[in-house]
Ligand binder design. Structure first.
Ligand code: FPP
Length: 263
């Protein structure tokens, strides 16, 4: 996938096209992670039940997944359901689960068309059997794809992931003396994947909400007031353009022009 693939999908002359043309494809974030927030507020603003916000949020998911895949993003992770979300009313949890099943069923052809590999991160084994079956079907059907990896974080918690990784490391019989950060990463749900370069959060809250706690150590954070159901391709492109202006230092210092040989 490439900028051309994205431009072929955007109406010529549109503001989105102008944004897409500004993106430097040599400097794309390898991994974008998104905390999709604000569905309830979106619904409340329209005097609708909260679940209507989740329903509307599916259109944003579709737009962001296809935009990212076409642009050539390697990994996209969406936070769909946290380990804490079980505390929500049962009807809301049920709607979220059925939306998820429906999404996979209806979007499988789009995932296949765009060469997208679908994965789940989180304690999927604790989900209802019918949800697990649908997820496994999506995973199996897309496992041969070689394009973007699309992770849905489901029954996910960052601390739970670290605990699970520690348990797996201990169960593997690894010599603790050989355990370092790189080795520990191999026990995380995201083993083998690049860490997120860009973490997006919608609806204005300045929190990381137990999302990818290990992996976002050096991620650039971009927060928008836009509520998730209103988030579209233009917002994603705006976030990427902002990311491309950041000065990433990873705890070091920026090399001075003199050190780089400038006069
Ligand atoms: C946060 O909004 C959103 C969620 C907890 C769920 C997000 C899920 C979807 C968009 C649908 C399924 C996803 C996929 C990937 C198919 P909130 O309810 O916390 O909003 P609020 O803070 O305004 O109340």
């Amino acid at each position: 996938m490439s900028l051309e693939q994205l431009l072929a999908w955007i109406p010529p002359g549109s503001p989105d096209e102008a944004l897409a043309r500004q993106v430097n494809v040599e400097q794309l974030p390898a991994h974008i992670a998104i905390i999709m927030d604000g569905n309830g507020r979106w619904a409340a603003q329209r005097h609708l039940p909260r679940v209507e916000g989740h329903r509307a949020g599916i259109d944003s998911v579709r737009d962001v997944v296809e935009t990212s895949a076409r642009l050539g993003i390697q990994v996209l992770t969406l936070y769909a359901f946290s380990v804490e979300n079980w505390k929500r009313p049962r009807t809301e949890v049920n709607v979220l689960m059925s939306l998820l099943k429906r999404y996979i069923r209806l979007e499988l052809s789009t995932l296949l068309k765009n060469n997208i590999r679908f994965r789940v991160i989180g304690r999927a084994e604790e989900l209802a059997p019918d949800v697990q079956q649908e997820l496994e079907h999506g995973i199996r059907k897309t496992e041969g794809n070689t394009g973007m990896l699309f992770n849905i974080a489901l029954n996910y918690g960052g601390r739970a992931e670290i605990v699970d990784a520690a348990r797996r490391a201990m169960a593997s019989g690894i010599d603790p003396a050989t355990l370092d950060e790189a080795k520990f990463s191999e026990y995380l749900y995201t083993a083998g994947q690049p860490d997120p370069d860009l973490l997006i959060r919608t609806s204005g809250e300045m929190r990381v909400s137990n999302f990818l706690l290990w992996q976002i150590a050096y991620a650039e954070i971009w927060v928008t007031d836009t509520l998730w159901p209103d988030f579209r391709r233009r917002d994603l492109l705006t976030a990427i353009l902002d990311y491309q202006k950041r000065d990433r230092r990873y705890g070091g210092i920026k090399p001075s022009p003199v050190a780089l040989g400038a006069k």
